[in-house]
Design a protein around this ligand. Structure first.
Ligand code: DGL
Length: 271
């Protein structure tokens, strides 16, 4: 047993979809969440930049004595999983591997679509992991950058979001996919709107859900589950605490008031 918290980080609010799944599936665990609100979005930044940001955040989380780190951000998982794993001596879990495994289990036609940020699509990470799992798969990826601001605006079920989805998904649907990975933290929040476009024949995969399941397996295997007696979640941001709180209120089951500012660049010297 180990009551240390789980470190979860993202470029901003989106990773709360992953934190929410961890809270649902592992209610005995405490979480230290960091949202890099000052430097969001990650999806349009280079690999080197994302590695440097992710290492700073990992240094901060290690200072909080976390027992594992979950990289909730797909873009950071795509670019920085290895760099963060090499740096720390706790388990590091990204969202791509669990999402890819679930997609492989779900597909019958072996034709899988990926929607994600520009960075995640360019990295080819989902494709690489899927082909490692099953070389027979055919993978089609599409960057959908407008989904992130639409979700942050709260336009989850609006006609405009449906129109944007229609346009983004048009090509992917013509490839006859039967499985679609929601490869960005924000996309599970517009799952219903996306499914209106994809219809019933396409299974939508939520990597957040799969990542929480993966985390549970790792904690179980290492005998590191918490006892659930003093569960405490802490939230840290590099800016925009009020925006963070407002968004969190729309995602998490209860309001949060303990959002603290961290000067994250200070951790560069500790990487
Ligand atoms: N969290 C990012 C991801 O999952 C989306 C938002 C951003 O671009 O920073 O890729």
């Amino acid at each position: 047993m180990n009551n240390a918290p789980i470190g979860v980080f993202d470029s901003g609010v989106g990773g709360l979809t992953v934190a929410r799944e961890i809270m649902r599936q592992l209610p005995a665990e405490s979480i230290v969440y960091f949202g890099d609100m000052a430097r969001v979005p990650y999806g349009s930044k280079s690999k080197d930049t994302i590695i440097s940001f992710s290492r700073q955040i990992a240094a901060f989380l290690m200072e909080k004595n976390v027992k594992a780190i979950v990289i909730a951000c797909n873009t950071a998982s795509a670019f920085a999983l290895e760099a963060v794993s090499d740096m720390v001596d706790v388990s590091v879990i990204g969202v791509i591997e669990p999402g890819a495994r679930a997609a492989n289990n779900a597909t019958k036609s072996k034709r899988i679509g990926i929607i994600a940020t520009e960075g995640t699509v360019k990295s080819g990470s989902y494709s690489k992991v899927l082909h490692r799992i099953n070389p027979d798969l055919q993978v089609f990826a599409k960057a959908c950058p407008l989904f992130v601001p639409l979700v942050e605006e709260g336009w989850l079920y609006d006609e405009i979001t449906k129109e944007v989805a229609d346009r983004y998904l048009y090509d992917l649907l013509s490839y006859d996919i039967d499985t679609l990975v929601l490869g960005c933290t924000h996309y599970p929040l517009i799952r219903r709107t996306i499914s209106k476009v994809t219809g019933d024949g396409i299974t939508l995969i939520n990597p957040a859900y799969e990542t929480a399941k993966e985390l549970e397996k790792i904690l179980e295997a290492d005998d590191m589950r918490a006892d659930g007696v003093n569960v405490k979640n802490e939230y840290y941001v590099s800016d925009g605490a009020d925006r963070f709180k407002k968004f969190a209120a729309s995602i998490l089951p209860s309001d949060i008031d303990n959002v603290n500012y961290v000067n994250i660049e200070r951790y560069e010297s500790k990487c």
